[in-house]
Design a protein around this ligand. Structure first.
Ligand code: ADE
Length: 235
C-alpha cells in the first residue's frame, strides 16, 4: 500500500478546518489511512502572558504582521527533512492543476502555513518556506480557506482516494488542458429538455468526437487562454 500523505496545517484558526476535514472525501481518505491530517496552532508556541502572535509593522503602515517566534517554533516542531513547507499568500505563484499533481506525486509531508493579518514576518518566508502559493488574484482574510482549496485538489489525486476503478481524474477539466464536456444522467427528458441523441447511440467513437468538440467549443468560449497555453506546450 502507498504511504499515507502527511498534511499539517499551521493556523491560528484550526476550527475553521473542522468542517472541511471532517466531511466527505477528506474524511474518507483519512479513515482509509491514505492521508493523515494535523493542525498546529502558533498560539500554543507563544511564551508571553498575552499569547501574542502578531505585532505592528516596522516602518509603519496599516495592519498587523505575524511575529516570527511562534511561527518558527510551530513549524520547527513538526518539520523533518522530508517536509515541504508551503505558505499561502496572495503574493505566491497562482495554483494550477499541474501544481496539485506535483504536490500529490512528489511529497510525503506537506506543511501548509496560513497567513493572517497583513502577512508574515519576512524572516519566516526566507528561512522556512519552500514554496509560496496563491489560489487566485483576490485577497482573503486568512490563508486557511486557500490551504483547504490546495489540500482538496492534492488529496483527490493520491492513489486510492477517488476509487471507482477507472480514473475519474483523467478526463476532467484541466488535466487535458480543456474544459469538461457537458454531462447528462437520467431522465432522458426533463421539463422538456432532451439529452443529446448521440449519447444514446452506443457509438463510442462518435460520442468521443462529440465530447471533444463540445470541450473545444466551451474552452474557446470561456477560457481562450487555455487554448493558447496548449498550443504553446505542443510547440
Ligand atoms: N491569503 C489571502 N489571500 C490569499 C490568496 N488569494 N491565496 C492564498 N492565500 C491567501
Amino acid at each position: 500500500m502507498n504511504e499515507a500523505l502527511k498534511i499539517d496545517v499551521v493556523t491560528l484558526f484550526p476550527q475553521m478546518l473542522d468542517g472541511f476535514l471532517g466531511e466527505s472525501m477528506m474524511k474518507r481518505a483519512a479513515e482509509a489511512g491514505l492521508v493523515q491530517f494535523r493542525t498546529v496552532n502558533p498560539r500554543d508556541f507563544t511564551t508571553d502572558k498575552h499569547n501574542t502572535t502578531d505585532d505592528r509593522p516596522f516602518g509603519g503602515g496599516p495592519g498587523m504582521v505575524m511575529k516570527p517566534e511562534p511561527l518558527f517554533a510551530a513549524i520547527e516542531s513538526i518539520q523533518t527533512p522530508e517536509s515541504h513547507v508551503i505558505l499561502l499568500t496572495p503574493g505566491g505563484k497562482t495554483f494550477q492543476q499541474a501544481d496539485a499533481r506535483r504536490l500529490a506525486d512528489q511529497h510525503s509531508h506537506l506543511i501548509f502555513v496560513c497567513g493572517h493579518y497583513e502577512g508574515v514576518d519576512e524572516r519566516v518566508r526566507e528561512t522556512l518556506i519552500d514554496e509560496e502559493i496563491s489560489i487566485g488574484d483576490y485577497v482573503l482574510t486568512n490563508g486557511v480557506l486557500a490551504a483547504s482549496v490546495v489540500i482538496d485538489a492534492v488529496v483527490r489525486l493520491r492513489p486510492g482516494v477517488l476509487g471507482g476503478g477507472e480514473m475519474a481524474t483523467e478526463d476532467e477539466s484541466f488535466s487535458s488542458g480543456l474544459l469538461e464536456y457537458p454531462q447528462y444522467t437520467r431522465p432522458p427528458e426533463f421539463r422538456g429538455m432532451k439529452v443529446p441523441e448521440i449519447l444514446f447511440s452506443g457509438n463510442h467513437a462518435k460520442i468521443e468526437e462529440w465530447r471533444r468538440r463540445k470541450s473545444l467549443e466551451r474552452t474557446a468560449e470561456r477560457r481562450p487562454d487555455l487554448l493558447g497555453r496548449r498550443s504553446e506546450e505542443e510547440e
